[in-house]
Design a protein around this ligand. Sequence first.
Ligand SMILES: NC(=O)c1ccc[n+]([C@@H]2O[C@H](COP(=O)([O-])OP(=O)(O)OC[C@H]3O[C@@H](n4cnc5c(N)ncnc54)[C@H](O)[C@@H]3O)[C@@H](O)[C@H]2O)c1
Ligand SMILES: O=C(O)C[C@H](O)C(=O)O
Length: 311
Amino acid sequence: MSKVTVVGAGNVGATCADVLAYREVAEEIVLVDIKEGIAEGKALDIWQKAPINQYDSRTVGSTNDYSKTANSDVVVITSGLPRKPGMTRDDLIETNAGIVKSVTENIIKYSPNAIIIVVSNPLDVMTYQAHLTSGLPRTKVIGMAGILDTARYRAFLAEELNVSGKEIQAILMGGHGDTMVPLPRYTTVAGIPVTELVAKDKLDAIIERTKFGGGELVKLMGTSAWYAPGSAAAQMVEAILKNQRRVFPVCIKLEGEYGIDDCYLGVPVILGKNGIEKVIELDLNAEEKALLETSRGHVKEVMNVLDKLGK
Ligand SMILES: NC(=O)c1ccc[n+]([C@@H]2O[C@H](COP(=O)([O-])OP(=O)(O)OC[C@H]3O[C@@H](n4cnc5c(N)ncnc54)[C@H](O)[C@@H]3O)[C@@H](O)[C@H]2O)c1
Ligand SMILES: O=C(O)C[C@H](O)C(=O)O
């Protein structure tokens, strides 16, 4: 029987649990939150939707009782503060590091072999926190951001070209912040290089919009996004539980890949039943390497802040 826990029953966590349920990705989905009753309520609401939307996955809620999460195959961590207008994701580090640490300790106590998908921000450094606290191999403590950032990039391109978003294939690398690195050289529209279809100035504008895609939504809503993020995390869970071996950009601790050591960054990987089955190393050109290096430098600075906080 497959079991998934989603910690944090807020906007992203509840959306993720809902997508997991209606896609019947797991038989049991446990939603956990620290706020009394909220996880139980949202789990019950999703369960009551099952007869309407015709699914059999069972959602269960828990207020901070991790015994209900025991033997989860995959755990998604969404607990933590979202940013408000005027803030960067990095501003959340102090509060969210404490939350991610305590949540990870509880998770590992009851599901020592789970694969952990981190969503809380600042994403790359919260993945670092969960990896350190869990003691699991790097291939089993991974971060969700690349699927979301790529989806934004794909949606903007679909709009520009007036084609289905399904036709856009793209890869994006680096940290989940303004230094992320969309890769037009690896972007195609049904196999056609995007550079043959979109003028350079338009493509550059789409890349810029993608980099600040999270901030655009924060400005509009006063808090950060949840539909696409929750669905993106659910897509990672599905790839793992169904051993789909999908190729996604995922945050992992790099240990020599791309000439980078000891830094958590988004890179293309094969995602399957063991978590990250393989990191795919692209032959980046000089410009792409320089952009990735800038992103690495930024994430490393925030990792150093976490080190100073005492992890
Ligand atoms: N990686 C990404 O691409 C991405 C995308 C969107 C949001 N995020 C991040 O995800 C996080 C959640 O965003 P949201 O919009 O769902 O926020 P939210 O405020 O709606 O939900 C967060 C939930 O976490 C809960 N929580 C806090 N401390 C907890 C603890 N110790 N144990 C269990 N639950 C706890 C809160 O009670 C709340 O219900 C934020 O840090 C946000 O920045 C990341
Ligand atoms: O922008 C945020 O703060 C949330 C998330 O990282 C996003 O990209 O939507």
